[in-house]
Design a protein around this ligand. Structure first.
Ligand SMILES: Nc1ncnc2c1ncn2[C@@H]1O[C@H](COP(=O)(O)OP(=O)(O)OP(=O)(O)O)[C@@H](O)[C@H]1O
Ligand SMILES: [Mg+2]
Length: 353
């Protein structure tokens, strides 16, 4: 009898951010995937330093607590490196078979990648037939720093898990969208706003056309509240989340929110303009916001007003099936957008990108 589920069926999707670890597990359902487990663990601020994991034992321990708490038996996990640690390049090659491509990639990679080949892991994927050259195909090359991949592999081992695949955050975000929302709109922009960074992916029918990491995130709101009210970062974080009984004027808070978010919109707009300069005829139909910071009150409104693309909050978890005995719909509504990247990782089917 064949196994009921293939090895990858309950892949653990782990999004290890600088603010929190997000874990998602799904199984395939009749029409839509079904949510099996989901959890989140906050990290202390010094767990990461300058984008790298500074305290692997502490982070691994929290992952282990999370899997134990969620009673997860599987070991295979998918994680992602930040787009800051990868280089993406699109090249055009004459149409050829997979085998021919593999041979060619092995012998010619050096000329496409401006790094020492020993320091990066390289993956590639055929995207499409080249637009203006019928006998050519577009190939996406991804080179990720070995050091960064090594950090994650090491972390998972300490946490007692097996690394199944190391993806890149913006591809995982695109994957989450493709599988839950489909292609109703052909050309969409995804922006996942975390604590210290944001991830952007503009895709056309599931093919990533433009990907970028942007250094904007919720910590900036907290820092600005800290400076405005002259309070500690911890207190400012509570103010931001509405968790303190102290009275801070709503108008002051609004002012800090709006001025910070306007800065974010400017950054995103620059990226969108860059995209439009390269693809002048392709209108972005909708912009989807996710990540913990998309819960900032009025964020979608400020984006919508200033970026002139219809804006929506992206909640891929709400598009899955799940047992309402196990997951409260109100909680799914609240937490879903923050889980987008971890879901994209959990939905990874194969090791090939
Ligand atoms: N209700 C809320 N209102 C405003 N901000 C919020 C809310 N809930 C969470 N956040 C913010 O979301 C951020 C955490 O989001 P997320 O988990 O996506 O980040 P991360 O993935 O850990 O970080 P990064 O991707 O930047 O490394 C924090 O800055 C947190 O303060
Ligand atoms: Mg994140």
């Amino acid at each position: 009898m064949p196994p009921l589920f293939s090895k990858t069926e309950h892949l653990i999707g782990l999004d290890i951010g600088t603010h929190s670890i997000k874990l998602t597990q799904v199984q395939s359902g009749d029409i839509k995937p079904k949510l099996v487990s989901m959890g989140i663990a906050s990290l202390p601020r010094d767990a990461f330093a300058e984008g790298r994991i500074a305290q692997p034992d502490l982070v691994a321990n929290l992952i282990r607590q999370l899997t134990t708490h969620l009673k997860i038996k599987q070991k295979s996990a998918a994680v992602s490196v930040s787009g800051y640690d990868v280089m993406i390049k699109k090249i055009e090659l004459p149409t050829m078979t997979e085998e021919e491509l593999e041979t060619r990639m092995h012998s010619e990679l050096g000329q496409y990648i401006p790094y020492n080949i020993d320091e990066v892991d390289i993956d590639y994927q055929v995207l499409d037939i080249a637009k203006d050259r019928p006998n050519f195909m577009e190939v996406l090359l991804v080179a990720a720093k070995k050091e960064s991949i090594g950090d994650f592999n090491n972390l998972l081992k300490i946490a007692g898990l097996d690394p199944y695949v190391v993806d890149v955050d913006f591809f995982a975000l695109g994957n989450a969208f493709e599988i839950t929302y489909g292609f109703e709109e052909e050309r969409i922009a995804l922006i996942d706003i975390g604590a210290s960074k944001s991830v952007m992916n503009i895709s056309h029918k599931g093919i990533p056309i433009f990907t970028r990491s942007i250094s904007i995130g919720g910590n900036q709101v907290t820092d600005n509240l800290k400076n405005f009210f002259n309070i500690s970062f911890e207190e400012a974080e509570k103010v931001k989340l509405g968790e303190t009984s102290e009275n801070y004027a709503a108008q002051d808070m609004e002012e800090v929110f709006v001025s910070t978010v306007s800065g974010w919109v400017n950054e995103c707009r620059r990226a969108v303009d860059f995209y439009y300069n390269n693809y002048p005829d392709s209108r972005i139909e909708k912009l989807y916001l996710s990540g913990g910071s998309c819960r900032l009150p009025g964020l979608d409104r400020v984006f919508q007003e200033q970026i002139e693309i219809p804006v929506e909050i992206f909640n891929p978890i709400a598009h899955l099936t799940y047992e309402t005995k196990q997951f409260d719909p109100a909680y799914i509504e609240y937490i879903g957008p923050q889980m987008a990247i971890s879901l994209g990782l959990a939905l990874r089917k194969s090791k090939e990108k």
